[in-house]
Design a protein around this ligand. Structure first.
Ligand code: PMP
Length: 291
């Protein structure tokens, strides 16, 4: 089946899905996005992604060109047209076409596109044996410059951290904030398990308000595992019993080594396995149907 992209109200083949080189999403990273996932013909946590998209738009004063209902319909239709039962959905809204100055008011209408495709962020072996990751020098943006809760098209902060990890031979980086506390990874939130308590940094430390993060917190509560949003330092990571990352794309990824320190016994722990199987069950049973 030919891949179809939704672009400003039309469904077009991938090769024809083109936007202007004057689009401020490209020229300045002036825009926002969402990454969603579908399981068995259903979009997982669609309402939550819509809410976050609208909050990001509000923060950057961006007009989303469709009503919430029409956008949901466009997302469902794009997913349906592409025909995958299990895939990834990217919604992007940019400031649109302007001139070569920054002035957003010269961009007369936002650009909206929706891509449906397959995604594999990490190969299967890492889900079984866990990742080895490092902290990197590039610090996470602060709310004083670009609030990390906005899912904007400005990912250079995270990309620099990713490059630093890759240059050192690792697949993922932990980003600290200006005070040296843990925020998140380049495209995932981070959790530890400490004496049977699941802990993750509060988003005000400098993390995206991840939808998988929230889902994991809800799952833990249902499993009667205590959860705390707590400020974490590298010390806490090194001394944790287990560590894992969460994200729509990466799902739940175990971490077994950080900055050369083995986490717990260096194996994927029991709590991770419990949370992971509950997450798997949830994604298979919940969601908005499109097929
Ligand atoms: N942090 C960052 C910086 C992200 O880009 C993402 C999304 N890939 C996440 C965390 C995880 O968020 P979610 O669970 O909503 O996908």
């Amino acid at each position: 089946m030919e891949q179809k992209i939704y672009l400003n109200g039309e469904f077009v083949p991938r090769q024809e899905a083109k936007i202007s080189v004057y689009d401020h999403g490209l020229l300045y990273g002036d825009g926002i996005f969402e990454g969603l996932r579908t399981y068995n013909g259903r979009i997982f946590k669609l309402a939550e992604h819509m809410d976050r998209l609208h909050r990001s738009a509000k923060y950057i004063c961006l007009d989303i060109p469709l009503s919430r209902e029409k956008l949901i319909n466009a997302v469902l239709k794009t997913a349906q047209l592409n025909g995958y039962r299990d895939c990834y959905v990217r919604i992007v809204v940019t400031r649109g076409e302007g001139d070569l100055g920054l002035a957003p008011e010269k961009c007369k209408s936002s650009t909206l596109f929706i891509i449906v495709d397959k995604i594999e962020l990490f190969s299967e072996e890492f889900y079984k044996k866990g990742l080895e990751i490092i902290t990197v020098p590039t610090q996470r943006n602060t709310p004083y410059n670009l609030d990390p809760r906005v899912k904007s098209l400005n990912y250079l902060n995270n990309i620099l951290a990713k490059i630093e990890a890759q240059n050192a031979g690792f697949k993922e980086a932990i980003m600290l904030n200006r005070e040296g506390f843990v925020t998140e990874c380049t495209a995932d939130n981070i959790f530890i398990v400490d004496n049977d308590v699941i802990k993750t940094p509060p988003t005000y430390m400098g993390a995206l308000d991840g939808i998988t993060r929230k889902t994991v917190i809800e799952i833990a509560k249902k499993l009667s595992i205590e959860v705390k949003e707590e400020i974490l330092a590298r010390y806490d990571l090194f001394n944790a019993d287990e560590c894992f990352l969460t994200g729509t794309g990466a799902e739940i990824m175990p971490v077994v080594k950080i900055d050369g320190r083995t986490i717990g016994d260096g194996k994927v722990g029991n709590t991770i396995n419990k949370v992971r199987s509950a997450y798997k069950k949830l994604v298979e049973t919940e969601g908005t149907s499109y097929l």
